[in-house]
Ligand binder design. Structure first.
Ligand code: XMP
Length: 296
């Protein structure tokens, strides 16, 4: 048995052992980790699994479409909870990034708890990975998040990929046929909710989504992350977009800026031409450490 098959087998056995005869929910976001968890859980415990996607309004439409296409291919039924209004209302006036992150996580847990109650489930399969444990510079350390999850949910937590690094999970995702999703860059849990400074308005969110979509369509897979961030400050009454492009082994301790002037020039020109509300495109040259990958 190859190393990767062995890892896949171990994950499935762990899910079977820890879920036992119970039913479990798994929240899918469109990212690699939760998709791997959901697909392997479906293989491991089939009818005992209840996958759920919470529509937060802070991801791109294409993420949702990709996800639904994938699950359709695997014959996995995903329950969609449309909660965009709830997330927007809760987050729009929170300018402090830590509070925003916290409230995003709390609302997600509350919604999952309500869904678990509805379907009579007492186990949550959670796609946390080893990289998440290294997100040291944010206020939400792995431990605190895990404690919060247990406290808020009151559900048994099963974390089948917690000992694996992102590159290992990416390898598994390719092996099990996750297609486009296997090549996606990491999207933080709160997604675009932590890529807008100041208050979140519908205008800012819609603009960031459009710019993000354009950036995504112009880049290749040679980056750990390449994304736009929308500043609160304006110049000549126009928005300022900052692009961040980094390479990293696992996002945890170090990340180097990857500077491709030709590509950046092309993307900046396209952004300015397509979105007249944007007046400037900047490029962030700060390495990690001392600066984090995300802006807030
Ligand atoms: P930082 O910004 O601390 O991020 O250098 C390191 C890696 O972690 C991701 N990240 C998050 N992922 N929820 C997540 O699921 C979060 O709140 C979060 N904050 C940062 C970040 O995108 C990077 O890959």
């Amino acid at each position: 048995m190859s190393a990767i098959h062995y890892k896949i087998k171990c994950i499935q056995l762990r899910i079977q052992r820890e879920v036992g005869k119970n039913k479990a929910i798994v929240a899918v976001s469109g990212g690699i980790d939760s998709s791997v968890c959901a697909v392997l859980s479906a293989k491991a415990i089939s009818k005992q699994l209840f996958p759920v996607f919470i529509r937060t309004g802070f991801t791109l439409d294409k993420e949702e479409n990709q996800l639904l296409k994938l699950f359709n291919k695997f014959g996995i039924n995903v329950k969609i909870l449309s909660k965009e209004k709830e997330y927007f209302k809760k987050l729009k006036n929170i300018e402090d990034p830590n509070k925003r992150r916290y409230q995003f996580g709390k609302l997600s847990l509350e919604l999952l708890k309500a869904y678990a109650r509805d379907v009579g489930v007492n186990v949550l399969i959670n796609g946390v990975n080893k990289n998440d444990k290294f997100v040291l510079n944010t206020s939400i350390s792995y431990k605190k998040r895990a404690q919060d999850t247990k406290r808020v949910l009151g559900l048994k937590l099963v974390e089948p990929i917690a000992e694996l690094y992102k590159n290992e999970i990416r390898g598994i995702s390719k092996k099990i046929g996750l297609g486009e999703i296997a090549f996606k860059q990491h999207i933080p849990g709160p997604a675009l909710a932590i890529r807008i400074s100041g208050k979140i308005t519908k205008e800012k969110l819609a603009l960031l989504k459009q710019v993000n979509q354009l950036v995504d369509s112009r880049i290749n897979n040679n980056y750990w992350q390449f994304f736009p961030f929308l500043l609160n400050e304006k110049l000549d009454n126009k928005f300022i977009v900052v692009l961040r492009a980094v390479v990293s082994k696992d996002g945890g301790l170090t990340a180097e800026v990857k500077y491709d002037p030709k590509l950046l020039n092309k993307i900046a020109k396209e952004i300015l031409k397509s979105y007249t509300k944007v007046g400037r495109v900047l490029f962030d040259i700060s390495p990690k450490p001392p600066i984090t990958i995300e802006f807030m």
